[in-house]
Design a protein around this ligand. Structure first.
Ligand code: AMP
Length: 308
């Protein structure tokens, strides 16, 4: 395996000011795997679903090189369910409901060929499960990227801090960076979080782009201004999947390559927002992606000669 991903595989109910999706396939690991599959063809997924989860989605994942030996299907149980409502700005949202369901039973045993994967993506999930995945790797992976959210900060901060201490790169949004660090300034927040273990921190700011911090450098990538944002759900996960997929493909963890990975992740995330759920990610072509990366380059390209 080139990459293994642990995270939720879910059903979502999504409400925006412009429309509703009553029950659509989502989940952090679903979005991450679909995005990473743009660059990789041998990935493993670690999660759990109930017998209500569609076989057709599992086939779509398999067709993209996502191995599902690590996806447990529990008979007679329901998949993880999340419901959220977006505000008018389509950038902020409220969680209306989180039903952990099968997630309460997740105690993963990694298939043998997952244990040597050089790249590990700890998608948003119970930090106890994230730690169990790391514990089962036969040697320290080349790169471990972790995502999390306020839900786990509120309910399992101590365990979360322990896992954060074991990863190379943490990706969280601006509100979560403030909550985790207790600092309002994102620069101060980044400084504090980088003392907790990770070498790099990515702060996602939705439609306002993403910041990449190391101890002494910072890089900013904008989000592409889209004419229509239909549903931003999964944009953060799609970003993370594109980011780690690109790094796994290029095997270069320098700051300059991380900058490229941020642009690639942002380009993929922009597609994710164009339709509800995973729909757009299932149809996006390599050509679409290359064209969009070029749009990013054009968006921020300028010449300046200082006068005076
Ligand atoms: P994002 O928009 O990238 O933050 O991710 C949205 C996805 O995260 C949805 O498809 C949800 O199923 C999933 N999700 C929501 N709440 C949680 C949670 N507490 N833990 C793990 N995944 C979650």
């Amino acid at each position: 395996m080139q990459l293994i991903t642990v995270g939720t595989v879910a059903f979502d109910r999504i409400e925006t000011p412009f429309g509703v999706a009553e029950k659509t396939v989502g989940g952090a690991a679903t979005y991450i795997s679909l995005a990473a599959s743009v660059f990789l063809d041998k990935m493993g997924l670690v999660s759990v679903v109930g017998d209500d989860f569609p076989e057709a989605t599992m086939d779509q994942l398999r067709q993209r090189g996502v191995d599902l030996q690590g996806l447990e299907v529990l008979q007679g149980k329901e998949s993880f369910f999340w419901a959220g409502r977006y505000h008018y700005d389509m950038n902020t949202r409220d969680t209306l409901e989180t039903r952990l369901n099968v997630l309460l039973d997740l105690d993963p045993t990694l298939p043998e060929d997952y244990r040597t994967a050089p790249y590990v993506m700890l998608g948003n999930l119970d930090p106890t499960v994230q730690a169990k995945v790391l514990d089962q790797m036969t040697e320290r992976p080349a790169l471990v990227v972790m995502d999390t959210m306020n839900f786990w900060m509120d309910s399992a901060m101590e365990k979360l801090r322990e896992v954060i201490g074991r990863v190379d790169i943490l990706t969280i949004n601006d509100a979560e960076a403030r909550q985790l660090s207790g600092e309002h300034s994102l620069v101060k927040a980044a400084g504090k979080i980088l003392t907790m273990g990770p070498k790099y921190l990515v702060i996602k700011k939705g439609e306002h782009g993403a910041l990449l911090f190391s101890k002494d450098r910072v890089f900013f990538a904008p989000a592409l201004p889209l004419e229509d944002v239909v549903d931003p759900t999964g944009a953060g996960d799609t970003f993370a999947g594109g980011f780690i997929g690109f790094l796994a493909r290029t095997q270069d963890h320098s700051f300059d390559n991380l900058k490229r990975a941020i642009i690639v992740g942002s380009a993929l995330a922009s597609f994710c927002c164009e339709k509800f759920g995973i729909e757009r990610m299932l149809e996006v072509s390599r050509e679409d992606i290359d064209q969009r990366i070029q749009e990013f380059v054009d968006l921020v390209d300028f010449d300046i000669e200082l006068v005076g």
